[in-house]
Design a protein around this ligand. Sequence first.
Ligand SMILES: C[S@@+](CC[C@H](N)C(=O)[O-])C[C@H]1O[C@@H](n2cnc3c(N)ncnc32)[C@H](O)[C@@H]1O
Length: 174
Amino acid sequence: MQALQPRASEQCLEVGVGTGLALPLWPKEVAVTGIDASPEMLERAERLRRRRNWDHVTLAGMDAQQLDFPTNHFDCVAALYVVSVVPDPAAILRERVRVGRPGARIAIINHFAHQSGWIRTAERMLAGATRWAGWDLELSSKVVHDTPDIKVISERPANWLGYWTLIVAEVVKE
Ligand SMILES: C[S@@+](CC[C@H](N)C(=O)[O-])C[C@H]1O[C@@H](n2cnc3c(N)ncnc32)[C@H](O)[C@@H]1O
């Protein structure tokens, strides 16, 4: 969330919030909406929200590929470890841009396919099995760069030996 630099009173969206593991990283001065398609995950996130008395957090069941929010609504949008587990990654990215205001910040942490080397070879070998489990190991970060009305600000390795990628972008629509 640091990469998004959320400011007091801003409206922020966390797509695929899961059990709410990243919710503690949002400042309490920010209004956070977390959505997820799984009622079981949301139930656990809701228990955490209640336990911590997080009045600044709202949770809702929703498909990230078709968000039930108005256009130009959020100041920042985060998606952690979710882009490659949805059937249509391009749709989740388009939706995030749609609900983001012009100038909104977007952060994505995801595994994107490596370009070469032994990791790429291993990814190719494992891709069939992980796709069967709902995780596309071959997804390229091109899907982010190709999203209309988005400007990628930075792209760098993150977490566990840099195997994951953190992309920070800005919504640049009119
Ligand atoms: C790998 S988990 C990551 C959860 C959380 N972001 C975290 O970092 O702990 C992926 C999450 O995406 C959610 N998800 C999968 N498909 C989705 C969809 N189409 N719309 C919304 N959430 C989805 C899953 O239910 C799950 O909670």
